[in-house]
Design a protein around this ligand. Structure first.
Ligand code: SAH
Ligand code: SF4
Length: 473
């Protein structure tokens, strides 16, 4: 792969800065003191990271961020296409913004993200949502200033949807992060795996890794500014570097990140089991900066379904990985993603999944009812599972996992946990709340000055979904 064709040239990035200045000038010409921008985000952490970049550009253009769409002069909806439910929610919210536009004629509404990169959804929006000003696919995010500028001066609907086969990497654009002490850092984009149920490779393009020096520089900057938790993002972080000429993989990157000075921990997601190496696990085990938490999507516990899903591993290799992880890091927290009701899933296949929940003993699972995605192989597979059966299996699976998760918290009783304090608890503002490296919620009494830093908490109570404890001075 020719990397120089993938990384957007500095000249082209500079052009986008010029567009930002042009939008700024247009805003300055208006008889309005403050221009507000609102971004609504659906879907995964990658989308959250993309939204932070879009907000970064908006702020650079002179907008002020708002969390109230009614105040906004520009609204961007960053959509997800992984399941139908997420698409319908994005469409419904976009529909609700129509009345804001009726009240405020100059309101600009743009829709981006994975959903709009699909031809049929583009047509839907084109026909049913005439008040939307522009659509832009994820590979066009870096051209957002240009798109917005054109929308402002041309007064007609703009489409920037070319998802492209390769995709691209844009460096040096502004970012406005939601948190000052937790940050997403994308290390790669796209996916080459084509799991048969998944739309991501179609809407995010091919795998491409960011230059390691760009990643390391971003993390150094974050660490210098007091960031305490860095989550590395990619659809399959384990294939980081496969597109480099030099031999440099995800484990090497983690090793180099851990050499950066600072009081921070590193997380990463997501790891495809077919590429999770012993080298990666060894690297985790020896580096205290890497959180001892591993998200390893299983998807199904049936070898037959795994093969139909095009996952390239089986139960045995998966369990082998889990055993190796626990050998090296006995207290590691393991979480997973499961799909229930993939086409052709028999009762026996499903029981295989339940069996894996027990064999692995996950700390937590993220489970999904299979959702048919247009254009994917599984969408046209025979024997789609009836909704009723999918829902019934889904409920059985949750029941099983709840029984496994129950009690997992008890092991923390009496221990001292290093917790990154995130803020006041939403359910009980008297308490502060944070997470330990295993991502467990911990509540305790303390002062606001602790927010954004690590605190040592002695665990005194364990509930099903959280822990409570006392601050140790
Ligand atoms: N790249 C990541 C996941 C991206 S999508 C990985 O491979 O793990 C996040 C999760 O959504 C997937 O792990 C899968 O469990 C779920 N998912 C993806 N497509 C789906 C579909 N069509 N129906 C239901 N769940 C789906
Ligand atoms: Fe989708 Fe599979 Fe790629 Fe994950 S690895 S994004 S599930 S195709």
């Amino acid at each position: 792969m020719e990397r120089k064709n993938i990384v957007i040239s500095p000249e082209k990035i500079k052009e986008q800065y010029e567009y930002m200045d042009k939008v700024k000038a247009l805003l300055a010409d208006r008889m309005q003191e403050t221009h507000y921008a609102y971004v609504e985000t659906f879907g995964c952490q990658q989308n959250e990271a993309d939204s932070e970049r879009i907000m970064g550009m908006l702020v650079r253009m002179g907008y002020v961020q708002t969390y109230d769409p009614a105040l906004a002069d520009i609204i961007i909806v960053n959509t997800c296409a992984v399941r139908e439910h997420a698409e319908l929610r994005a469409l419904s919210i976009t529909g609700q913004f129509k009345h804001l536009k009726e009240k405020k004629k100059h309101l600009i509404i743009g829709v981006g993200g994975c959903m709009v990169s699909q031809e049929h959804r583009k047509e839907d929006i084109k026909n049913k949502y005439p008040y939307i000003n522009f659509l832009f696919g994820t590979s066009m995010n870096w051209r957002f200033p240009e798109i917005l500028y054109n929308c402002m001066i041309k007064q007609k609907r703009q489409y920037y949807l070319d998802c492209g086969d390769i995709g691209n990497i844009a460096e040096g654009l502004p970012v406005k992060r939601e948190s000052s002490f937790k940050a997403w850092v994308s290390i790669m984009y796209g996916c080459n795996n084509f799991c048969t149920y998944c739309v991501v490779p179609y809407v995010r393009g091919r795998e491409r890794s960011r230059d390691k020096n760009e990643v390391l520089a971003e993390i150094k900057e974050l660490s210098d500014s007091g960031c305490r938790e860095i989550t590395l993002l990619g659809q399959n972080v384990n294939s980081y570097g496969k597109d480099f000429e030099e031999s440099y993989d995800f484990a090497d990157l983690l090793d180099d990140i851990c050499k950066i000075e600072g009081n921070f921990i590193v997380r990463f997601m997501t790891s495809h089991p077919k590429d999770a190496s012993h080298k990666l696990i060894d690297t985790m085990a020896k580096n205290p900066k890497i959180a001892k938490a591993f998200h390893l999507p299983l998807q199904s516990g049936s070898d037959r379904i795994l093969s139909e899903m095009n996952r390239h591993y089986d139960r045995e290799t998966y369990l082998g990985l889990v055993n190796y992880m626990r050998e090296k890091m006995p207290d590691i927290a393991i979480t997973t993603d499961i799909i229930v009701g993939f086409p052709g899933e028999s009762e026996e296949d499903f029981e295989g999944t339940l069996d894996m929940l027990e064999k692995v003993g996950y700390d937590n699972i993220y489970s999904f009812i299979y959702s048919k995605r247009k254009g994917t192989k599984a969408a046209v597979m025979a024997s789609q599972i009836p909704e009723k059966v999918k829902k019934e299996r889904f409920a059985r699976m949750l029941e099983k996992q709840n029984a496994i998760s129950n009690g997992k918290n008890n092991i923390y009783l009496g221990t001292v946990q290093k917790v990154l304090v995130e803020g006041r608890s939403k359910t009980n503002p008297d308490k502060l709340t944070g997470r330990n490296e295993k991502n467990r919620l911990v509540h305790f009494t303390g002062d606001d000055s602790l927010i954004g830093n690590f605190a040592n908490i002695k665990i005194t109570e364990a509930e099903t979904f959280s822990l409570s404890g006392e601050l140790i001075k």
